[in-house]
Each structure stands twice: as C-alpha cells, then as structure tokens.
Write a protein that binds this ligand. Structure first.
Ligand code: CP
Length: 309
C-alpha cells in the first residue's frame, strides 16, 4: 500500500478526519490502551524553525505511544548549515526513523521531503503556508467544547495573511455543514485569495471586517492569532500592526456565554493575561489536545490504528 503523508489537511478525507478525531478522543479516555503501540518505532523531528508546542507535543506523543524520537530543533546544529538539501536530509533520516515531522521556513519544503523518502512525512508548518497537525488540534478542541463541527460561526482575528494555522483550519472547516466564517484583520493582513476561493467553491458564507468588537457578539468560536513578526519584510510595518487587536475582559462582555476562545500560541499581546481565567478561554486545553491529536495521527500514518484508505 502507498505510504501516506500529511502535507495539507485536505490529504485526509472527511471520513479519515472524523476517524482520527474519534481515535484522539479514545486516547484521551484510555491512554493506557495505546502506551506500547509504537514500541520499536522512531519519530524524527526535523525543525528548521523555532517551536515549543509542535515539536514537543510530537515528541511527547511518540513517547506516550512507547516509541523513540531523534532529530534536531535548530537547523544550525544539522548539516543544513553546511548546505545539505531538504531532500538529502530526509533521505538520511529515513534510515533512522519510521516517520518524520518537519517544520521549515519555506513553503513547500515538507512536500519536497515527502517526495524524497518512503516513510510518512508530516508538515509541522511550512513558512506562512500550512500547519495541518495544528488543525487536528484545533478541530479536536472545537469538537470537545461545542460537541460538533457543524453549524458554527467561527471568527478568525489578527494576522490572516501569514497565519498558517488559519489557512489550514479554514480548509478543514469548509468541509463541514453550516460553517460561517468571519475574517477580522487589518487591510494589510487579509486572508490570501486561495483560501477565499476555496470557501467560495465550497459554498461557505464568509465576511471580512476590521472590527473585532462588531463581530464578537455573533461568534461561537473566536480564533485569535499573533502578528507573525518573522514573516514581515520591515520592522516598521510589524510595529504598526502588532497591537491592532487585543482581546480583554471588557470586550468579552458582549460575547456569547458559550464562546470558545482559541489561539494556536505563542501569544504575544493579542489576548490579555486576565482572559486566561475566563472559562471560555480554551487555548491551553488546545495545547493539551495537540498531544492526543498527534498520537492519533502517528498511529494512523504508521497503519497501527484506524488505517487510512
Ligand atoms: N502552535 C504552534 O505551532 O506553536 P509552536 O510554534 O510553539 O510550535
């Protein structure tokens, strides 16, 4: 059977996505059932860009399944610093590992890696493009808090241009019924047109606004994002835009009681720390869900549980 990768969330069909979320929920309920499933299997984490959550949740996921982890968290400590290509590094790492998770600053790098080796490759973030394993985390968080992935009004706020977690989550949500999307950003940081075209093709209702205050009362889910400093060409633009939206308790007075507030993290200044105490704040639960979603993903890509078609 052909190997499977996760480069874009659309690599999983809706049935596979739902089965993966069900598997993640089962792991949350009964982790001991899965603790040896990856014994003698090795995950390679190839991180050419900084990460806290994604890399460590992949590693924690593999250890939770009884497996091993090798890899690097800084390209300068790998032979990339001597000019080795992504393709050659991937071919080397498949000699040591059964599955690879890669983060890279260049869009498309994970696809190059996937095409260079015979083991499954997971895109753990490629530039400002996509971040599908974060999407699994996000879907699991919405599902566990709202009990459904249908009939939801979801607001995305902040840097929608460079925010790869937003791009991936929209591509996933548009496959569910009754989703409406509200895009809240400054004009300079609007969602790329390929995402808007995908929503149009799927018949999803979406609107754009610059006002978080106006959008907030209608939302079931609010997905805040950081302005992505590392993707800006000049510091001046970043400084001008970075504090455009700051969610605080006062703004939240107009929001629904069962709003789910999410953020892929890291947070800089866009959610006041006072909001952390609000029962609607779910961004640290989201981190926890990331470990279980990635456990399910590893099991499925390795064909150990919930086989993929
Ligand atoms: N959400 C996320 O991708 O966080 P890290 O950059 O810390 O991995």
């Amino acid at each position: 059977m052909a190997k499977r990768d996760l480069i874009n969330i659309t690599d999983l069909d809706l049935d596979e996505l739902d089965r993966l979320l069900a598997l993640a929920s089962d792991i949350i309920e009964s982790p001991e059932k899965y603790q040896d499933k990856c014994a003698h299997k090795t995950l390679a984490t190839l991180f050419y860009e900084p990460s806290t959550r994604t890399r460590l949740s992949f590693e924690s996921a593999m250890y939770g399944l009884g497996g091993n982890v090798v890899g690097f968290s800084d390209a300068n400590s790998s032979s990339a610093s001597k000019g080795e290509t992504v393709s050659d590094t991937t071919r080397v790492m498949e000699c040591f590992a059964d599955i690879i998770a890669m983060r890279h600053p260049k869009e498309g790098a994970a696809l190059v890696a996937a095409n260079s080796c015979d083991v499954p490759v997971i895109n753990a973030g490629d530039g400002g493009h996509l971040h599908p394993s974060q999407t699994l985390t996000d879907l699991l968080t919405i599902l566990r808090n709202k009990g459904r992935l249908t009939d939801l009004k979801v607001g995305f706020c902040g840097d929608l241009k460079f925010g790869r977690t937003v791009h991936s989550l929209i591509l996933a949500l548009l496959r569910y019924k009754g989703i409406e999307v509200v895009l809240i950003s400054p004009d300079e940081l609007k969602l790329p047109s390929y995402n808007k075209d995908a929503m149009d093709d799927a018949g999803i209702k979406w609107v754009e606004t610059t006002s978080l205050e106006e959008a907030l009362p209608e939302l079931d889910v609010l997905y805040m994002t950081r302005v992505q400093k590392e993707r800006f060409f000049n510091e001046e633009d970043y400084v001008r835009l970075k504090d455009t939206y700051i969610l605080d308790e006062q703004k939240l007075e107009s929001a629904k009681d069962d709003l789910v507030i999410m953020h892929p993290l890291p947070r800089v200044n866009e959610i006041s720390v006072e909001v952390d105490k609000d029962p609607r704040a779910k961004y640290f639960d989201q981190v926890k869900n990331g470990r279980y979603a990635r456990m399910a993903l590893i099991l499925m890509l390795l064909g150990i549980e919930g086989g993929l078609n």
